[in-house]
Design a protein around this ligand. Sequence first.
Ligand SMILES: Cc1cc2nc3c(=O)[nH]c(=O)nc-3n(C[C@H](O)[C@H](O)[C@H](O)COP(=O)(O)OP(=O)(O)OC[C@H]3O[C@@H](n4cnc5c(N)ncnc54)[C@H](O)[C@@H]3O)c2cc1C
Length: 477
Amino acid sequence: MKQIIEPQRKIDVIQEADVVVIGGGPAGIAAAVSAARNGAQTILLEMFGSLGGMQTQCLNASFSFIDPAIQGGIIDDITYGLKRNGGLIRDISKESRTGKGMGGIFFDVEAYKLLLDEMILAAGIKPLYHVFAAGAVMEKNHIKAVIIESKEGRQAILGKVFIDTTGSGDIIWKSGSPSISDGFSKGPKKGRHAGLGYTFFFGGVDYAKLKAFRREHPEEWGGLWGGKELIKKSKADGTLYGNRAAFLLSEVWGRGSIWILGPQYALPKGHHPWMTEDITQGSIDLRKQAWSMYNLLKKNVGGFEKSYIEKTPTMVLLRDAHRLLGEYTLTEADIRAAKVFDDSIAVSNMCPDVFGPDDEHEWIGSISLYDIPYRCLISKKTDNLMSAGATISTDFITWCATRYCTPSICTGQAAGTAAALAARKKVSPGKLDIKLLQETLSRQGARVGLKDVPKAVINEYQQKAERSAERSKASTF
Ligand SMILES: Cc1cc2nc3c(=O)[nH]c(=O)nc-3n(C[C@H](O)[C@H](O)[C@H](O)COP(=O)(O)OP(=O)(O)OC[C@H]3O[C@@H](n4cnc5c(N)ncnc54)[C@H](O)[C@@H]3O)c2cc1C
């Protein structure tokens, strides 16, 4: 590839803080709020004009598997805040242990954005929106500053601890810190990244008619994922343009809207979800697929006759990009065995929801509860770099679970609290007293490990996992 030299230049240092959080998705929000509530001067950087990450930019308006016996702290503040501002559309948290569905809550994206602005301002955080974190200035194994690009140009932000919550590990790899970007973990597709995804909302749907249609066609449309036969036939006769073998259709309760996850853009071997050309081609292709699906559903499925495309995402769903290579990497074997860790900072009740490079999908419901160790949040090499959410140190299968929003809030809460304590104690996050961190998290309502979960609840989750293993024996379509 041709290269040119960028001349060295001085840039302005526009802010300085104890904790700098990069990326305002669920993990970043929890990290920033926790850091600030624990007394750290905190800056939150976000490349878009609102917070929420994939939940607002990619329209995943939900938190799955909320359970007060498993999580606590910031997730409660969010649920309460949404209730208060009228943004809570549906609360099915009671189903989290039953295995009936995804448990958790569904919310109004716009009300959620407003709530997050209010939460971070109330915590005293300095937010900077419309800034892209483009790189880092290193001093040996230490990040001195993060470089941002914005309408104002190139500027720097100094900090004591940096938390990468970009969902794609941008600062982890741009700072030269060790990272994981291994891709799909099995079979002939090993090493390829999970494809880019897309989700969109239909408006003007006649629910009553759609419900009746689903009842009349239980085989094809009765489940969460539907339309397999229609898709097969329409792909064969050329009336559908798209990759997916089934659509996930979900009612946005009582609003005449349907949320759909369907379009999928495959990345061939050697292509990566951080490559501009792939993201560009993917964005164009996924939009084309969405319109093709819309035309298909409108013509063939009862209830869609007067529907229209209401909302498409700001950005495509980038799945597995870079993750931190941490002091410890949590593995599938660990979570299958529910391994107990002395340095656990959160419990997760999320099973791996595995999306493969093409249209493979596997829900590993046989995994129940497991600890997340603090060392997964600490860079193996860079002494003041942490991570939370989708980019903690895990193998591919574990990432398919820990990246989800509810565990992301929990690891964000732990990372923010640890960063604030480390800055206050003038130690690197890796040298922080784990007991102090665990006690601080517990006082703030978090469940830090399986030891905090009542035995009866653990049993309920185990029974759910056994039922799931029986039912599916791994469902792949
Ligand atoms: C269609 C869809 C369906 C999903 N379904 C579910 C579900 O049912 N349940 C569930 O729990 N999860 C679901 N997920 C997954 C979930 O949304 C993500 O795993 C989760 O949002 C990850 O959280 P995060 O905070 O780590 O990262 P993200 O949500 O990706 O947030 C990262 C943030 O960082 C910002 N950012 C990125 N790079 C930079 C940069 N260089 N500079 C500045 N800012 C930057 C981004 O704009 C974003 O705001 C779904 C996701 C999608 C898209």
